[in-house]
Design a protein around this ligand. Structure first.
Ligand code: G3P
Length: 221
């Protein structure tokens, strides 16, 4: 399973990229707005730092606007994937951009039917938002199960990119189902990294080492 980070924060991206954890990045207008500054510079910089796929989203609602913005976004890097909304115009742009060799991520997917249509339109990624479904009392993870089954049935090549992840158990469940990608808010990635038994174990190891050293200050590893 690939791990993408769902952020436009350059410092955070560098931090986890230096650990070798990131296969890609997803951004959206809300994440860019949260960081402030010049969004063009931010998107360009993200595409430069990250070797894997970087999803950059169009803000036009019609086909022509999406095509124009999609082609412009792609100029930020060969790793740019253009993100379009799950609308009729978005699917038309998905088909046309894909035909031009520009990969597309269809975002804001909330049903198996929408995921089928994204795959038919040739999307590289389909992004179901599971947390937002959970928020309205639906089972977001069940949507991932359904899409996985459907894509397997017909050997669709579109990758399931699980978005709107809220906690580490979402990641474990998505991995068990066999989702292709999870895109994580940095807080979730940080929580995945930590375990209290790791902290306790490390503290004890270091305390025991200090004990040994107090008996002979010249020892070393
Ligand atoms: O990539 C966008 C998606 O992950 C949104 O997440 O937390 O705003 O529902 P959220």
């Amino acid at each position: 399973m690939k791990i993408f980070l769902d952020t436009a924060n350059l410092e955070v991206i560098k931090k986890y990229n230096d650990m070798g954890l990131l296969d890609g990045i997803t951004t959206n207008p809300s994440l860019l707005s949260k960081e402030g500054g010049d969004p063009q510079k931010t998107m360009e910089e993200i595409s430069r730092i990250i070797k894997g796929d970087v999803s950059l989203e169009v803000v036009a609602e019609n086909y022509e606007g999406m095509m124009e913005q999609g082609r412009r976004l792609r100029k930020y890097g060969d790793n740019v994937v253009v993100k379009v909304p799950m609308t009729a115009e978005g699917l038309k742009a998905c088909k046309a951009l894909t035909a031009e060799g520009i990969p597309v991520n269809v975002t804001l997917i909330f049903s198996p039917n929408q995921a089928i249509l994204a795959a038919k339109a040739g999307a590289k990624y389909a992004s179901p938002f599971i947390g937002r479904l959970d928020d309205v009392g639906k089972d977001g993870m069940n949507l991932i199960r359904e899409i996985k089954q459907i894509y397997l049935n017909y050997d669709f090549k579109t990758q399931i990119l699980v978005a709107s992840i809220r906690h580490p158990m979402h990641v474990v469940d998505a991995a068990k189902i066999g989702a292709d990608v999870v895109t994580l808010p940095p807080e979730v990635l940080e929580k995945m990294l930590k375990h209290q038994l790791t902290d306790i174990g490390l503290k004890n190891f270091l305390a025991d080492w200090e004990k040994l050293k107090s008996e002979d200050p010249n020892i070393s590893i």
